[in-house]
Design a protein around this ligand. Structure first.
Ligand code: ARG
Length: 585
């Protein structure tokens, strides 16, 4: 791709002029405004600054060494030392010709393939998946698709919450209150009811709490009856998860729930104690601040009544039970041992950011060498809000179940499709409603900066105009329809790019690879959303300004080719976000 060619040659020229320069800071980006050409680099100014020399002079020396005559017009030095790169028309034509010949689709796989573990979705057993799960599931899935598309080796791991104190209460409920008929009809709802009822009883009656604790201890000790009930609860929950993942088109390489690490936990605590990272405190075992961070940055400290006090990370409770943190430490060790990843990415709600900060710090203190060899990243996200600015709930104030939400998305879309396309059969209408409805929910969730909260809105997400999945899917159907209607394109007719709208479309197509890479590296699928929205808009403007089927050759074949490339990039881009397309809408 031109972007990487220009960057590589610029680095060569910089190295020739300033042999000591740090070449990784030499970067080329898509131009912010098309009147400056296709690409720009602002990197020479910082090099000049660090050397204490005149940036314009440095730029002139470097440009004199820069060999880009085969693809660019003479490089322009602007302002205090920006470089502007303008591609030769023939270079753009060549790029499109190669894409049409199937040599590339405006991106290239990475030269340095990394191995990456992505922990996402990770719902809890015996509870319904709710609207919030769309966040971790959708963002995580988009990231794994992005990294894979670029040629990285990815392992996706669903860290299901299948262990913990809630099972004590669930076991009491199962043994004393279970309604088999209700369980048959809706297992998750029944398990939820059991938990709720026992929970209320325990609040009022300490004896109930004791019974629940005893059931939990029995389970942890491997009591066969409790184990088999617990397994049944997991199995029933997994059916629910799988149904939803099936609808969302999400799959995992491995599903290793918290219970998988159970046998490792005592060893983790022992090792942390003997390494001097953890210590006993009031019968529990915990990790305290080591005082190396500024108090404000230190997750093991909290500011209370004018002073900093400890909030240690618990790894063993006084009753001998283990914590979320302990399991996460064991999980981390297992992942390093099993996949030796370069990076582990945790796609989890921002409310857990202190947990992950502590987790990474504890691990660093415990196994500094291993911690050095891996990048650990918590990829957090904000909340979904209702119209009232409070967390999104049903009208009666309950959490919104994800399954119900997806049903509603499909139903609402079906109404629109039935109105607009009465010519289609009901099953065809339903298929379109599925693709568009689910796509709309995902798009709404992926579009904002992931750390911001957003307001859930059916009207906004299902609109055919604006930055929505339906709009993009519709532009895809237009582009792919032209290609179908055109029949075979005459590949011997050369590519011609003369109209402004054609050039704008091609320039935007060219930035696909840059966008994919930035979205993957920063774990920000919204970069790709915005890119695709702009692509759809460029395509739409091109399609309105330039006749395709009714124009003379070679423009006819050339424009059919542009429609084809726009359709392919739109489809691949949407698929990379986990969103399907359909040929008709
Ligand atoms: N099950 C947890 C929850 O629902 C999320 C787990 C995230 N992954 C992890 N390795 N801690 O809050």
């Amino acid at each position: 791709m031109f972007h990487s060619v220009i960057e590589a040659r610029l680095r060569l020229a910089v190295a020739a002029v300033v042999p000591t320069a740090n070449l990784t800071v030499v970067q080329v980006r898509p131009a912010t405004e098309s009147r400056f050409g296709e690409f720009q680099s602002n990197s020479l100014m910082s090099i000049a600054r660090s050397l204490g020399i005149n940036p314009r002079q440095l730029a002139a020396d470097i440009v004199a060494r820069l060999e880009l005559g085969d693809i660019c017009a003479p490089v322009e030095i602007a302002g205090p030392g920006f470089l502007n790169f303008r591609l030769l028309p023939a270079a753009l034509v060549g790029l499109v010709t190669d894409a049409l010949a199937g040599q590339h689709l405006f991106f290239e796989p990475t030269a340095r393939s990394k191995s990456i573990v992505i922990d996402f979705s990770s719902p809890n057993v015996a509870k319904p998946m709710h609207v919030g799960h769309i966040r971790s599931t959708g963002i995580g899935d988009a990231l794994q698709r992005l990294w894979r598309l670029l040629g990285h080796r990815v392992v996706t791991d669903n860290h299901i919450g299948d262990w913990g104190t809630q099972f004590g209460k669930l076991l009491v409920g199962w043994k004393t209150l279970l309604d088999r008929v209700a369980l048959e009809a809706d297992p998750i709802a029944e398990m939820e009811r059991l938990y709720r009822e026992v929970n209320t009883r325990c609040d009022a009656d300490p004896l109930c709490l004791d019974v629940a604790r005893r059931e939990l201890v029995l389970l942890q000790a491997g009591d066969p009856e409790n184990l088999s009930i617990w397994q049944e609860m997991i199995r029933l929950s997994q059916v629910q998860f799988d149904t939803i993942y099936g609808r969302l088109g999400v799959r995992f390489d491995v599903v290793l729930g918290e219970s998988f690490y159970n046998s490792e936990l005592a060893g983790v605590v022992g090792s942390l104690l003997s390494a001097g990272v953890a210590r006993e405190s009031e019968g529990a075992v915990a990790v305290f601040s080591d005082g190396k961070l500024a108090p404000k940055e230190d997750p093991f400290l909290i500011h209370k009544e004018g002073e900093w006090v400890d909030i240690p990370a618990l790894i063993r409770k006084s009753d001998g039970g283990f914590n979320y943190m302990t399991t996460d430490l064991a999980t981390l060790v297992h992942r390093l041992k099993t996949w030796n990843p370069d990076e582990i990415i945790y796609v989890v709600d921002d409310r857990q950011s202190a947990h992950f900060k502590s987790l990474f710090l504890v691990f660093e203190r415990w196994q500094p060498e291993a911690a050095n060899g891996v990048i650990l990243r918590h990829i957090g996200f904000g909340k979904i809000l209702g119209d009232d600015g409070k967390p999104f709930k049903t009208r009666s104030g309950d959490t919104v179940k994800l399954g119900d939400l997806l049903n509603e998305a499909e139903e609402r879309t079906l109404k629109v499709v039935a109105e607009k396309r009465p010519d289609l059969s009901l099953s065809e209408q339903k298929e379109i409603a599925r693709v568009v409805g689910i796509g709309a929910v995902k798009w709404q969730d992926l579009l904002p900066n992931r750390q911001s909260d957003y307001v859930f809105s059916w009207d906004k997400m299902l609109a055919l105009q604006g930055n929505t999945a339906p709009y993009l899917q519709y532009q895809y159907t237009r582009a792919s329809k032209v290609v179908r209607d055109a029949g075979d394109r005459d590949a011997d007719q050369g590519v011609v790019l003369t109209e402004a709208a054609e050039l704008a479309l091609v320039r935007h197509l060219m930035n696909f690879g840059f966008t994919l890479q930035a979205a993957a590296e920063e774990c920000r699928p919204n970069y790709l959303c915005n890119y695709l929205y702009e692509l759809a808009s460029h395509f739409s403007r091109f399609y309105e300004a330039c006749p395709v089927l009714k124009v003379e050759e070679p423009a006819r074949s050339s424009r059919i080719g542009l429609c084809e490339l726009a359709a392919r990039v739109l489809k691949l881009g949407l698929n990379t976000l986990g969103i399907e397309v359909t040929d008709r809408m």
